[in-house]
Ligand binder design. Structure first.
Ligand SMILES: [Zn+2]
Length: 195
């Protein structure tokens, strides 16, 4: 059956997910209903590391001589994850939703930003299926912290830790990560529509 304005009864904002009160039918030549498909998103974030600042990563504080320079608490992993979730639904990026020029977000706990992003996703009719993140960090070693990070993220996103993957790598002392000048994180998330 063709997915025409007449057959597509779900209101959509044109990004393929429903928004209450708005009707934007899919093009008549759309062969399937995009609203019923999973969506994938990726996120990437970098922060400068500077001495004497608290270091937050994956929703927890890690003991280190350096921390991230940022308007918020500088949680590179959670920021990449927010961007991945927003990207999956073509909702822009974290800077658009939580501008670093706003006093409201000065020094904010990034777990709050992740929670707000999660609420946006739910409002759009989606839930995260699984998450996969790679943290690029020369020091300190965080392998013994990953279980706790997965637990914290799973708690916020109402997932099980088994669906939240976090991997860590050094860059073999190459580049800004290797020189311990910064931290970078890549995140991928699959969102699926709630039925
Ligand atoms: Zn960031």
């Amino acid at each position: 059956m063709k997915n025409t304005a007449a057959t597509n009864t779900r209101a959509s904002n044109g990004n393929g997910f429903p928004v209450s009160g708005k009707t934007d039918p899919l093009p008549a030549n759309t062969a399937f209903c995009i609203d019923s498909l999973p969506r994938i998103g990726n996120g990437f974030d970098v922060h400068t590391l500077a001495p004497g600042l608290p270091f937050f990563l994956g929703g927890i504080r890690i003991k280190h001589s350096k921390g991230c320079v940022a308007h918020s608490d500088g949680d590179c992993l959670l920021h990449a994850l927010c961007d991945a979730m927003l990207g999956a639904l073509a909702l822009g990026d974290i800077g658009k939703h939580f501008p670093d020029t706003s006093d409201e977000y000065k020094g904010i706990d990034s777990k709050i930003l992740l929670k707000k992003t999660y609420q946006l996703i739910r409002k759009a009719g989606y839930r995260p299926g699984n998450v996969d993140c790679t943290v690029c960090l020369q020091a300190p070693k965080i392998s013994d912290k990953i279980a706790k990070m997965r637990e914290v993220i799973a708690g916020i996103l109402e997932m099980t830790p088994g669906t939240v993957s976090i991997k860590a790598t050094t860059t073999e002392r190459l580049g800004f990560v290797g020189r311990e000048e910064g931290v970078a994180t890549y995140a991928t998330v699959l969102l699926y529509p709630e039925v």
